[in-house]
Design a protein around this ligand. Structure first.
Ligand SMILES: [Zn+2]
Length: 278
């Protein structure tokens, strides 16, 4: 799934390509693409794209009075639509602009989780953005420490919970724990001052690295190509210490970690029973 660096870089690309261009028409292609009933899509027609921004893992297409909030989820992509065919493959929704160009939201697979919310007024106060946690790229110790005291849970799960910290996913959660030399199963409320400091530094460093990589591309990367020390590297050598990268497998994702760097050599239990409990 695209995470903060991929979404941020993509927002910047779309903003520089389409900023200031008026929207001719927004067309939902499937019944499930548009998640809101009001305001009507026509409300945005004729308005210029003021900016393309980001909140968490959402893209925000701001047309002034109304904003389209786009969530790509796992298989969604928002790309220029060269063909503009009547029935585009995997097509979910299309924005056609006054200069003839168009953006197409596609979603591979059959999950149909990607979607578009159209909102009037402040997007932060409405679904799907209401209740999102602080942005990961600007979070500091003063914000994070009390959140971790209040929500005591495993660190890896904490980092992936969009209501606690917005913008991180499976890849960055793995990378951040490794960079901070913290166990993915560390209990958040028990982290000391030094550990929270390391965690914040690791969050910022991993995001910066991802952003630098992503800004050098013309299209959003796929997960396997992104810079990573442990994610997608199970069984390979830890670049920091030379130990093997290990995994804890869940039904929907894999926690990747280095025992020497992160758990004092302790091998974490392979929690395969979790797939039956979920
Ligand atoms: Zn290591």
């Amino acid at each position: 799934m695209p995470e903060l660096p991929e979404i941020q870089a993509h927002a910047e690309r779309l903003d520089s390509a389409l900023g200031g261009v008026a929207l001719e028409r927004f067309t939902p292609i499937t019944f499930t693409a548009l998640k809101t009933f009001s305001p009507a899509p026509e409300t945005a027609h004729g308005h210029e794209l003021a900016s393309v921004g980001r909140r968490g893992k959402h893209l925000l297409l701001d047309f002034g009075e109304v904003t389209f909030v786009v969530h790509l989820m796992q298989g969604g992509r928002l790309r220029f639509d060269e063909k503009q065919s009547a029935k585009p493959r995997n097509g979910q929704a299309r924005w056609r602009f006054a200069d003839g160009r168009a953006l197409l939201l596609t979603e591979a697979g059959t999950e149909r989780k990607a979607g578009v919310w159209m909102v009037a007024g402040d997007p932060d106060a409405q679904e799907p953005l209401v209740g999102l946690g602080p942005e990961a790229d600007t979070i500091d110790v003063a914000t994070l420490a009390p959140l971790q005291k209040e929500h005591s849970m495993r660190l890896h799960g904490f980092l992936r919970d969009q209501h606690l910290v917005a913008g991180l996913g499976r890849l960055l959660a793995n990378e951040i724990c490794h960079r901070a030399r913290l166990s993915p199963f560390a209990t958040t409320a028990k982290l000391d001052e030094d550990e929270v400091g390391r965690l914040v530094a690791a969050i910022h460093a991993c995001i910066e690295e991802g952003l630098a990589f992503e800004r050098g591309l013309e299209e959003m990367s796929s997960s396997a190509d992104r810079p990573a020390a442990v994610h997608h590297r199970i069984g390979e050598t830890c670049p920091v210490c030379g130990d093997a990268v290990r995994a804890v497998e869940y039904s929907r994702y894999t926690v990747a970690y280095c025992a020497t760097c992160q758990t004092g050599g302790k091998v974490l239990a392979d929690n395969t029973t979790s797939r039956f409990l979920k």
